[in-house]
Design a protein around this ligand. Structure first.
Ligand code: HEC
Ligand code: HEC
Ligand code: HEC
Ligand code: HEC
Ligand code: HEC
Length: 475
């Protein structure tokens, strides 16, 4: 590790780094301290799920229920990731007293990420903090500041594959019962995204894409409002979006809506290239078939990933003669739990979780097994063709002149939320705050005039050039 600034001196003198900076450790643990010089990072973080992690009412509800149903055996299992700094400081042991913990120590904070010095495991947040006043980052020649020591760390440098472990070991959950419930890190590690480029490791193309490369998109500009800083730094966006959003006004009524709008925009941008789809229609003499292929095109792990037991993604498809529907699947009414839909053809993309009796279970601590239907990530670049997922839908109609499909995504299924409402842990008024998105890379409309004839599947449409499923057309 290359160490610069105060710490270079401090290390030479073999003394602690915290003798120099004007802010003491306690002040550096407050994100508000950083806002003074890093206002953009602060604002982006403030709207992120990292800032919201311990405030999230669904988290609070689930943790409270878990503590009750396990007689406290859950312990710090949940808070060690959702309020890692407060847990490390011993301010909470079970997350039930979060209202008494100062808010600036809750959530995944600036200090927590920027003070990591070691990774001692592969899941359940094994990150070790230095507990000093040095902020680690991806810059090897930081301009000295009196605010804090600054040091380069490959664990935060998106150009280095080991940075995947800094994010990944918190984004990978093995429950106390030993179930590998959230696998984002394991999925990324098994994919080609975590492999060095075999042709030229110094100029990776396709290969070697870290979490940072996709989730902290860079722009150029000064990274601090401070004297003598350079204008040609890489500035990394800290919104770190995925699927979830704040469902209450956070951090307050004035800012909440603005931050959510910024978050929504970032989610929409990140999602544009997430999926690819192809849709073909074949048949005659009244018997038709719609053929659908979906492909995880842009995620460096499964789609969806992580909290996939709570996510609900599904295909909606409608076939028409003139304006009447002749076939449909995946049509869900407002507030209706898609998982409970009476629809034998439904293509539901998620993890299904089961308890010790093999019954469906929603809560971490009840889960003993799972079944996964996520869109997989290829393990090597050439393996792309094998990860397309296919379904076909047969129906009878005199003539079909239009077929429309889309993939919908909800952060948390209504069945899971209702379960928390029924146990008295979640306020039912919050249910309305959850939205259903439609994924642009999977929105398609087939009509005979716009579809292209294919080798085996009638005629086809695809969502973007390069989004044709293998074997559709003569290559
Ligand atoms: C008084 C101003 C000031 C405050 C307050 C401040 N910083 Fe900095 N920070 C700087 C300056 C200046 C740099 C160096 C900028 C450069 O080299 O372009 C920097 C650099 C950094 C780096 C890059 C380190 C590296 O080598 O990669 C990180 C990370 C960082 N700050 C995080 C924080 C965090 C987190 C806080 C709050 C706990 C904080 N800063 C508070 C001024 C400040
Ligand atoms: C979830 C972890 C995480 C949190 C929380 C976080 N950061 Fe960062 N931050 C990073 C990573 C990773 C990088 C380096 C990205 C790279 O170089 O690839 C970074 C880079 C930086 C840098 C260097 C400039 C740049 O954009 O690369 C500054 C300054 C910084 N962060 C400040 C902050 C402040 C201030 C907060 C809180 C308001 C914060 N960070 C919260 C992970 C985090
Ligand atoms: C201390 C553990 C921890 C670390 C380290 C961490 N995260 Fe997270 N991250 C979380 C938690 C907890 C949430 C979810 C909070 C919630 O929804 O209540 C989250 C949420 C996210 C989300 C949003 C997910 C969604 O569906 O909305 C993304 C994206 C993300 N993290 C990426 C990263 C990246 C990239 C890094 C590394 C720079 C990182 N995380 C480091 C714990 C962590
Ligand atoms: C090649 C780009 C890429 C890489 C590499 C990548 N991601 Fe993602 N990630 C995405 C995309 C795209 C999405 C999906 C956005 C959507 O459709 O909502 C996503 C979604 C997520 C989500 C939300 C998942 C969900 O469905 O709940 C989390 C959390 C996340 N990523 C964390 C990580 C972590 C941690 C790493 C590194 C171990 C990582 N990502 C690596 C592109 C990437
Ligand atoms: C190893 C770290 C870790 C542990 C342990 C952990 N979480 Fe999380 N949690 C995360 C991450 C990371 C995300 C974001 C995942 C994603 O978006 O895919 C998350 C997301 C969530 C969410 C919001 C997203 C959703 O749809 O579910 C809730 C609620 C939640 N966790 C509750 C809990 C509860 C309750 C526990 C304890 C039983 C717990 N978590 C334990 C890291 C953790």
């Amino acid at each position: 590790m290359k160490i610069t600034g105060y710490c270079a001196i401090a290390v030479v003198l073999a003394t602690a780094c915290n003798s120099g900076p004007e802010h003491d450790r306690e002040a550096l643990m407050d994100p508000q301290t950083c806002a003074e010089c890093h206002p953009q990072h602060f604002r982006q973080w403030q709207g992120s799920m990292h800032a919201y992690a311990a405030e999230d009412p669904v988290f609070r509800a689930m943790n409270a229920r878990g503590q009750r149903e396990t007689n406290g055996e859950l312990g710090d299992f949940c808070v060690r990731c959702h309020a890692p700094l407060a847990t490390a400081l011993g301010l909470t042991e079970d997350g039930l007293n979060l209202d008494e913990v100062p808010r600036h120590l809750q959530g995944v904070t600036c200090y927590f990420c920027h003070n990591v010095s070691e990774i001692a495991g592969t899941h359940n947040n094994p990150l070790v903090l230095a507990m000093d006043t040095t902020m680690r980052g991806g810059i090897s020649d930081p301009v000295p500041t009196t605010a804090h020591g600054a040091a380069y760390s490959s664990l935060l440098d998106g150009g280095k594959l080991e940075s995947g472990a800094m994010c990944g070991t918190c984004h990978d959950i093995v429950t106390p019962a030993g179930v590998h419930l959230e696998r984002t890190f394991a999925e990324w590690q098994a994919s080609f995204y975590s492999d060095p480029d075999p042709d030229d490791p110094s100029e990776p193309y396709f290969y070697a894409q870290t979490c940072n490369a996709c989730h902290l998109p860079g722009s150029t500009g000064p990274i601090a409002d401070a004297p003598d800083v350079r204008a040609d730094r890489r500035l990394h966006d800290h919104k770190m979006v995925g699927v979830d959003r704040a469902i209450t006004d956070f951090p307050n009524a004035e800012l909440g809506a603005q931050l959510r709008a910024e978050q929504d925009e970032a989610i929409a941008t990140a999602r544009i290239t997430a999926l690819c789809a192809s849709l073909c229609v074949s048949g005659d003499a009244g018997n038709y078939q719609a053929h659908v292929w979906l492909h995880n095109e842009g995620a460096g792990h499964a789609w969806p990933s992580g909290a996939a037991a709570d996510r609900r993604a599904w295909l909606e498809l409608n076939a028409y003669t003139m304006d009447s529907v002749v076939y449909q699947t995946g049509v869900v009414g407002p507030g209706e739990p898609v998982a409970e839909l009476d629809d034998p053809d439904l293509w539901l993309i998620r993890d299904r979780t089961f308890d010790e009796n093999g019954d469906e279970a929603h809560m971490f601590w009840d889960v003993r097994d799972y079944e996964s239907s996520l869109l997989p990530v290829p393990d090597d670049v050439g393996g792309d063709a094998t990860t397309w997922q296919y379904r076909s839908y047969g129906f009878v109609a005199d003539i079909v002149d239009r077929v429309e499909m889309s993939v919908h995504l909800r952060a948390i299924g209504f069945d899971v939320l209702q379960d928390l409402v029924d146990s008295g842990d979640l306020d039912p008024a919050l249910l309305d705050a959850f939205v259903t998105d439609s994924v642009p890379g999977a929105e398609l409309r087939w009509e005979p005039d716009i579809a292209e004839p294919s080798l085996m599947y009638g005629s086809c449409v695809v969502t973007a050039p390069g989004c044709q499923a293998p074997g559709l057309f003569d290559e």
